[in-house]
Design a protein. Sequence first.
Lengths: 274, 779
Amino acid sequence: MKPARFDYARASDVADAVRLLGSTDGFNKPLGGGMSLGPMMNLRLAQPDLVVEVRRLDALKTVAEEDGHLAVGAGITHSAIEDGRIPEVTNGMMRFVAGQIAYRAVRNRGTIGGSIAHADPAADWPTALRALGAEVAIDGPDGARIVPLADFQLAAFTVALEPADIVTALRVPRLSPAARWGYYKICRKPGEFADSIGAVVHDPERDFTNVVLGATDGAPLDVAALAEAVKGGGTVEIDDAKAALAAQGAVFDDYGNQIHAVALSRAIKGALAS
Amino acid sequence: MSATGIGASVLRKEDRRFLAGRGNYVADIAAANEVALAFVRSPVAHGRIRSIVKPDGAEHLVFAADDLDGVAPMRAPSKLPGYKPADFPALATGKVRFVGETVAACVGATRAEAEDLAQLVEVEYEELAPAVDMLAARAPGAPLVHEAWGDNIALATRTEGDMAAVAARAAHTVTREFRMSRQAMVPMEGRAVLAEWNSRMDQLIVHTATQVPHLIRAGLALFLGLEQRQVRVIAPDVGGGFGLKTYVQPEELVACWYAMKSGRPARWISDRREHLIADANCREHHYIVTAHADADGRILGLEGEVTVDAGAYSIYPFTNCLEAAMAGGNLPGPYAIEAYGVRTWTVVTNKPPLVPYRGVARPGVAFAMEMLLDAVAREVGREPHEVRMINMVPESAMPYTNIAKKTFDSGDHPGAVARAAGMIDVASVRERQARGEPDGRLIGLGFGSYVEQAAHGTSVFASWGVQMVPGYEQAGAKLTPDGGLELRVGVQSHGQGMETTLAQVASEVLGIDPGNVSVIHGDTGLTPYSTGTYASRSIVMAGGAVSRACKVLVERMKTIGGHLLQCEPDEIRVADGRVMGPAGDLPFSEIGRVWYLNPEELPADVDTDGVEAVVGYRPEPDHGTFSYSTHAAVIALDPDTGAVEVLDYIVVEDCGTMVNPMVVSGQVYGGAAQGIGTALYEESPFDESGQPLASTFADYHLPGAPEVPAFRLAHMVTPSPHTEHGIKGMGEGSTIPTPAVIGNAVNDALKRYGAEVNETPISPRRILAAIAASQGEAA
């Protein structure tokens, strides 16, 4: 379980990272916290030619509030969010989610940008940030751009990044003070990847309500019918959630149908109770 | 009781280095000029090797079966009639029979370079249909793992019972099917070997992570064509074994072969993926069991069909049929049953070999028997703990030879059940259960009991037909010139704390402080022969031998002391680390000084054997010791998600005299934690093509601190009537009932649905499927 031979470069800034990633035709990967890339390389599931370390870049560790968003640098660690070391604009949701990611040792190194770029369906940020309506800030050879998360997440482990692109920040909308959220994760034991995640954000003042199902075999799913139900103020029981998923063609095996419905129902109940 | 002898909770001496991170494992040992090995492993479960193409320019660094001159396939014979040995080749010969089987070995300066090479080796396979499920593999027409056999059955046994008589009297006949899934053993330290040839000693020196150094020496010599004097096996610190480290490994043989061939030390350290994919697995059993019970729930007769999925090859030396033998012999548990019939099948499949894991077959046995017993209790409408008590052998009947011809030596089995029921407070659990939980979860109460034969002796192993039958266990005890003590034992301590507990046994006899005692173990060059550490035998056997050796030293020191103190030897008392006469006393250092440094002070008629003794010991009778225990648990089950939380867990156990009660408790905690793993989390599943589906810890779930409850323990103490100091073996025991305890609690919680889960791990998926199935039936 040792990685295949690879070259290693440390980027001096974001532009340098983009340059290095595009410097060869090979398979080049940026390295943030390394909590996913490291094991995948050790298992030789990933065999990059060049690893570009971006972990130390100050530009990726900045946090700034701008026009109703918090721009969270891609290099911000889960533990920094868990510990409240960045401003909380989501009424505690991000802090809650961060504290449930894997184990503290992983949270100390793993980054929010790395998690979004890696796009493991069972990870927390792809689902939680989608529920929040976040956007991805990207830098690349053609300059910077901003992409809504819903357009960024294409499939499991597949996102709208070109080979020399890197994620620089996540732009998270500020919730209104009265906004409510719910987040319910089902996993075999604390710290494991999720079997199901239900995430709900209900912000009537901004006319924003999102219900998202994660830990499926693809990108997180918006469950619009349940968002309508939340807007209407009704409770959503397990069978309601099952019906909503079935109606939009989201069908899993028996176990998946059950626990996805439970995760959504409990996330919604949590949001309405909070 | 002395402060340092038997019965004292002395802090473990070895923890000083372990807690400081200063243990010394195989991976910590460096050899000059060493190379690292990596293996090309089969990606298919069953296939013929068409060709192996070595990378250009690296042909001299890649080795396949044809290159291994002088290496014999590993064969573990059994004397049981009809047994078919399944030779285990160091590198696959012609066919591969499981995913992960070693096909070629690659040599590099580092492990990474060896892996680079392994990636470049091209192997062409002709895939064959695999035998994956043991019941399908048992049936006629299944794909054959070993063509020459004509079937996949390594051994079938049948013990007839007089069932007709009891069936006629039975008010209830209850039949259930159970499955204990295949799992990995996951010691903290994986398997590891560093082999080098020492020309000065004319000896292969093998540092290897093993529980049984003397058996590994015998196996390596046998398969490499060496004399045993030419092999020295050293097990340094070993980070847990649990049974995984009791067999000669293919990788170990290849490392030895390469070290001999090249003259360079060869290292192989298993990684976690290799462990989860390719190491021997454990536990996979299937049961169909029937109880014939009277109206009170008293079991009159028991019938069982036991199938063991033994994987592709038989491991050396214990063979692949020990599991079925243990299962057939232990199914009746601690119960007085009139009639018993059992059939067993040891079936080969295209999966890694199966080896005994902590508890050896009995966790599966208890999963079947203890859950069948609760099914009987539900049938007759009685509390499960009451049904256990009326079926158990009472203390007044001890010693008692049961229907499977096991002689329980002593103990109050029903008393342990009563105590567990009291501690868990059955009445208040039932009230809580009836009241219902605010969060909608369902409460379940489960019990499980067992009797644990341990330190099985000569006659027991001989009856299992294995080659390596343990006999008299020997220990060496040597007074050093400055009055300290060295103990030499052939067992290996890899978590059991024997560097402390064996010193405590010496302290009990000699009064010496354990701090002045060194326990030397795990090295065939330094210790007397022993079959090693397994079967919860070491504290009984090596402990007994240490005691006997120290008693010989006492007599020797009395002779010398009598001379020095001018009294008769029988007036001398040895205690508190001193030799005491009627008119004065001496420290051990005086005895050491005189014997080693100033023998001119000794009389002419002194015992010439001095102050070092190697003494053999075996309990009589040698059928082993019989510890027993009852566990009880309360769980909360979420019927929407199938999640189970263990709310309370009680262990009441009796292992006779406790040499160190803290170490006993530690063994109970560890075993029960592993039992929780079997019950709720651990599984090595395979798909229909024989591909392993849990190859990393992302898929193979182990219980962690949040999943393991705070066990509440009570110790009962009924000393063995047969062993030195009344010690009984107990190291494995608490893995045995745990899956059944949790299973019974889950089924208790599910009884409102009429649903049962009868397969480990009792996962949310299986629980939800059982609930759904019961609702389907109801509808």
